[in-house]
Design a protein around this ligand. Structure first.
Ligand SMILES: Cc1cc2nc3c(=O)[nH]c(=O)nc-3n(C[C@H](O)[C@H](O)[C@H](O)COP(=O)(O)OP(=O)(O)OC[C@H]3O[C@@H](n4cnc5c(N)ncnc54)[C@H](O)[C@@H]3O)c2cc1C
Length: 594
């Protein structure tokens, strides 16, 4: 079945759950007209349904080919990409001075969900180009920007992000690719990168690689890494394409999912060295790379939301169609659709509510990053940047974890047919798996949350957020709406668990950091489900006041209640895991190394 963007849910999440309307009202978005969001999303939804979704299966079945040093994408992909750039989708949030539309990141976040849901392997290419744009815009010289930025913003050329080497994965500081200074101020880069997404393809006539490498006199570790821009084809003074540069795809991976996205081994330096240009300063490459990675981490979190929503839509349709058994208490002779069974309802609600929670968390991250970039008030900007930094690892890891869970439930709802490729449920499950691994594994995100984000400014960002969330819970309680059931109680308990766990971790970070690290993953889950639960409740309250013909607003109360009573309710046991389980993790060697 095809994909339809859930525009009403997305706008509710964006405007109310994620706080776009409040930020607009406070003037943090300058003269941006928030009303255009719905028109942009409607149009994006149409493009995704008509052009991208039909290619999803074709890409999965055909994959990509490496022949004569070049990668060929699946049938129809180059044409779809040309239509994509012609429609201006690549430059939604790109800088206007370089051909972009300059729309907020929050709008692009919602569009990214649509691309990921309709065709995650296709959407990954522009997702990485966008990260390249951010890094070049923030750290590149004027000359490099003039040559490359517009081509990347329009999508005429795509970007790659090249960190990983066989011995340097999570530990980027171990990378060995080397760069030598050339007399003309450029560099020659040598080395091998692995797992490079869209490292080569046939959708554009040039590719701009962003590569981390080390200068001969660089200090060891991450302090000695520099970032280089290395074009596939060199660019002549008049802007035309020149000689082929010494960077080639020397292999492609055969993967569990994402078959249509080329994952390349890149070899540099077999013909005298790849000509590269420094971005930022020598040995300060990690600073630039973090600009790329933060953007990409949010993008990958949104991939989790998109693929989860796709799996939900498909499972819902199947559950309305497939007949087995009878509804509890039914006396009818015929069979009922499986959606009548409480266990199937539970699976579908779990899928929908977790997707909705992750969506709002991701959009809220984008709103925070927008405000940090756009507000004219320096105090507001600083607080928003801290909020964005805090939310980024949660957006990435919580959303991709639920992406995996939801796509797995999608298979389950289909029964045996879910395991058969024909339905497409299996593809979503396979495609989702990588999102919890790349752009920093979810384990690394949890460590980032606990060791860097939680303790930043003495925990001030966390306490400020908890206070806001408590305000939402008070509103739920004050509403006295019986449809909320025990939502208020469950969320208040969850907030208590999150607060106590945060304090415990802050204390352990100083006194016993290994114990804090042992609890990082359950803590991130606790944070994500509490945050998501409160945000969904906030959305449900807002929905009650909206009369825009988008169906019965009471369904958002039911959704928020389901999440609070079935997902956020696990906060208590997650708290106990964070606080009580460190010893059992630390003593694991007795089992693992026996
Ligand atoms: C399809 C695909 C596309 C990719 N695209 C790109 C790309 O475009 N560019 C690019 O540069 N890379 C890319 N990657 C690489 C990807 O980012 C890495 O695979 C990922 O960061 C993990 O590194 P690793 O595979 O070396 O695993 P490892 O670092 O070996 O990790 C193995 C396990 O150990 C854990 N671990 C490692 N270190 C720690 C630690 N300090 N504390 C706690 N746990 C730890 C990890 O969480 C993980 O569970 C891609 C990978 C794939 C499979």
């Amino acid at each position: 079945m095809t994909y339809r963007a859930p525009i009403h849910d997305m706008l509710l999440a964006l405007n109310h759950g994620a706080g776009l309307q409040a930020a607009l009202k406070a003037g943090h978005y300058g003269d941006f007209d928030g009303d255009i969001a719905s028109a942009v999303l409607e149009e994006a939804g149409r493009f995704a349904t008509d052009v991208l979704a039909p290619l999803n299966r074709i890409g999965d079945e055909n994959g990509i080919q490496l022949k004569d040093g070049g990668v060929t994408t699946a049938p129809g992909w180059p044409d779809a990409y040309q239509r994509w750039i012609a429609a201006g989708w690549n430059g939604v949030s790109g800088p206007e001075a370089f051909g972009g539309q300059g729309l907020p990141m929050a709008i692009n976040a919602a569009c990214t969900e649509i691309w990921s849901a309709s065709n995650i392997a296709f959407g990954l290419c522009p997702l990485l180009t966008l990260s390249a744009i951010e890094a070049l815009d923030a750290h590149g010289s004027g000359e490099l920007k003039n040559i490359y930025l517009e081509k990347l913003v329009t999508g005429e050329w795509t970007g790659t992000m090249q960190l990983t080497e066989p011995q340097a994965g999570s530990d980027v500081g171990a990378l060995r690719s080397r760069a030598e200074r050339a007399p003309d101020g450029s560099y020659r880069v040598f080395g091998t990168k692995i797992f490079i997404t869209y490292g080569d393809h046939d959708m554009t006539d040039n590719i701009v690689h962003f590569v981390l490498a080390r200068l001969p006199d660089a200090p060891p570790g991450t302090k000695g890494i520099s970032l280089f821009l290395i074009p596939k084809f060199l660019v002549n003074a008049d802007g035309s394409l020149g000689a082929r540069n010494d960077i080639f795809a020397s292999g492609v991976e055969h993967k569990l999912g994402m078959h249509a996205s080329p994952t390349c081994t890149m070899t540099m330096g077999d013909k005298g060295g790849a000509i590269g240009y420094l971005i930022g300063e020598e040995n300060r490459g990690m600073l630039c790379m973090f600009t790329m990675m933060n953007q990409a981490r949010l993008g990958v979190g949104i991939e989790g939301v998109g693929i989860a929503d796709r799996a939900y839509q498909q499972a819902l349709a199947y559950a309305q169609d497939r007949k087995q058994g009878r509804a509890p208490g039914s006396k009818s002779a015929g069979m009922d659709p499986i959606i009548v069974h409480p266990d199937v309802k539970r699976m579908l609600m779990q899928m929908r509510s977790m997707t909705a929670a992750a969506r709002t968390i991701c959009y809220a991250t984008a709103v925070a990053l927008d405000v940090a970039a756009r507000s004219t008030d320096p105090t507001v900007r600083t607080a928003a940047a801290a909020r964005g930094a805090l939310l980024t690892p949660i957006a990435k890891a919580f959303s991709t974890d639920i992406g995996n869970e939801v796509t797995s439930l999608g298979v389950q709802v289909h029964g045996g047919m879910g395991f058969i490729e024909e339905t497409g449920a299996a593809q979503h499950f396979r495609d989702a798996r990588i999102t919890a691994i790349y752009e920093g594994t979810n384990g690394i995100q949890s460590i980032d949350l606990v060791t860097r984000k939680l303790g930043a400014n003495g925990g001030a960002s966390v306490w400020a957020l908890l206070e806001e969330l408590a305000g939402i819970v008070s509103h739920v309680e004050a509403s006295n709406d019986p449809a909320f059931g025990t939502t208020g109680v469950k969320l208040r308990d969850a907030l208590g668990s999150l607060e106590r766990s945060s304090k415990w971790l802050l204390e352990r970070l100083a006194s016993a950091p290994t114990e804090a690290l042992a609890g990082a993953t359950p803590y991130l889950r606790l944070f994500g489900s509490t945050l998501g639960g409160c945000m969904l409740a906030g959305e449900a309250l807002a929905a009650k006041d909206i009369t825009d013909g988008g169906g019965d607003p009471a369904r958002y109360v039911t959704l928020a209640r389901f999440f609070a009573e079935n997902v956020a309710v696990q906060a208590g046991s997650l708290e106990r895991t964070v606080i009580d389980s460190a010893e059992s993790v630390i003593s694991a060697d007795a089992v693992l190394l026996a």
